[in-house]
Design a protein around this ligand. Structure first.
Ligand code: UFG
Length: 343
């Protein structure tokens, strides 16, 4: 029997590329829709090294209904599409405050176009890439899916809330739609083969890519943004999840949608454990036997003090939970950085 296809928008990106690998390993045929606006075509070679073949790819700007419709039609002509996983979006919090229109246009515009194209093609299953940023600084941690959605701190955060809302509104209308809204905590690490990983173009804003580049001597020392927070060691607490665990959650979501038609649910995806920035640095040094050059600096605007997941709902409904440790994620992140350094 022919494998079922899963369309992965933004499939050449960081989480997208790892999900493409996980889908292939689970017996699906992943099809990438990507315009390489924040990724490189070489990612496809990395995926091919792992799965033994280049995935099918359509160069599509997901804001364009016409391009989406054409690609979906071509894709459906020789196989059945089980669903769509929608990653394609801009994702830098700071940049979104400088280019809000681009973020609204790209992130919200692409989701509207995708929903219309899916409806026209009769595809109802959608997995949406959301973020724990929708919770802001929650009153209680670990945070579960019942926690209120707080006013967004950035245009980026607002686009995630708006897309969740528009998917939920579409679900509540007469549109035939089933959706998983996946609220990621902090994805880190890389495929253990180091054939794919995170490829931040330019100055990395997130902790682990900056930390690994600083440790490799490609950047100045890491600045830890604030050590005067009301936490045990004064640094912020987050829930760092191995990108391979996160990738598997997308496969579990597709399976869940296939057996739960006409459903729309949000799921937190995290380990359930909070780690401070200082703990992450210490764990990285221990896991890799190398010192991280760093110093403490002022707080970064918009950072919440502490957030980590209650991921119980995902475990109960999707049968998914994290299997990989922080140390494994940090070892894989360093292996990937070393590969990049070697060229
Ligand atoms: N940090 C540093 N130095 C750096 C970079 C980060 O100390 O150079 C600290 C941050 O202050 C924070 C922690 O490391 O305490 C994690 O920061 P990241 O930028 O890696 O991740 P965030 O938690 O800020 O951001 C993540 C996602 C966003 C999402 C946000 C919601 O990357 O997409 O969570 O809180 F919007």
């Amino acid at each position: 029997m022919a494998k079922q296809k899963v369309v992965v928008t933004g499939g050449a990106g960081y989480i997208g590329s790892h999900t493409v690998v996980a889908l292939h390993e689970a017996g699906f045929s992943p099809v990438i829709f990507d315009n390489f606006s924040n990724s490189k075509p070489e990612v496809l070679d990395g995926i091919a090294r792992i799965i033994g073949e280049k995935p099918q790819i359509f160069e599509v700007d997901c804001r364009s209904k016409a391009e989406l419709a054409q690609a979906i039609e071509a894709c459906a002509s020789d196989g059945q599409i089980a669903g769509v996983i929608h990653f394609a979006a801009f994702k830098a919090v700071g940049e979104s405050t400088e280019r809000p229109l681009d973020y609204f246009d790209n992130n919200i515009g692409s989701t509207v176009s995708l929903l219309e194209a899916m409806t026209a093609a009769g595809i109802s299953n959608l997995v949406f890439s959301s973020s724990c940023t929708v919770y802001g600084q929650p009153d209680a941690i670990p945070v579960d899916e019942q926690a209120p959605i707080l006013p967004a701190e950035s245009p980026y955060g607002y686009t995630k809330q708006a897309c969740e809302r528009l998917i939920t509104d579409a679900f509540n209308s007469s549109m035939p739609l089933s959706a998983c809204l996946l609220r990621y905590f902090n994805p880190i690490g890389a495929h253990p083969s180091a054939a794919i990983g995170e490829l931040p173009l330019g100055h990395p804003n997130n902790l682990i890519p900056y930390l690994t580049q600083a440790t490799a001597g490609k950047r100045g020392p890491l600045t830890v943004f604030g050590n005067d927070y009301p936490t045990e060691d004064g640094t912020c607490i987050r829930d760092y999840i191995h990108v391979m665990d996160l990738a598997r959650a997308h496969v579990a979501s597709i399976h869940w949608l296939l057996s739960n038609p006409a459903s729309c649910e949000a799921f937190n995806l995290g380990t359930g454990e909070g780690k401070s920035v200082s703990q992450v640095i210490a764990a990285f040094e221990k896991a890799n036997g190398i010192a991280v050059p760093y110093s403490f600096g002022p707080r970064r605007a918009g950072d919440v003090t502490a957030i980590f997941a209650n991921a119980g709902k995902a475990e109960r409904a999707l049968g998914w939970k994290c299997e990989l440790s922080l140390e494994e994620a940090l070892r894989d992140a360093w292996k990937w950085q070393q590969k990049l350094t070697e060229g």
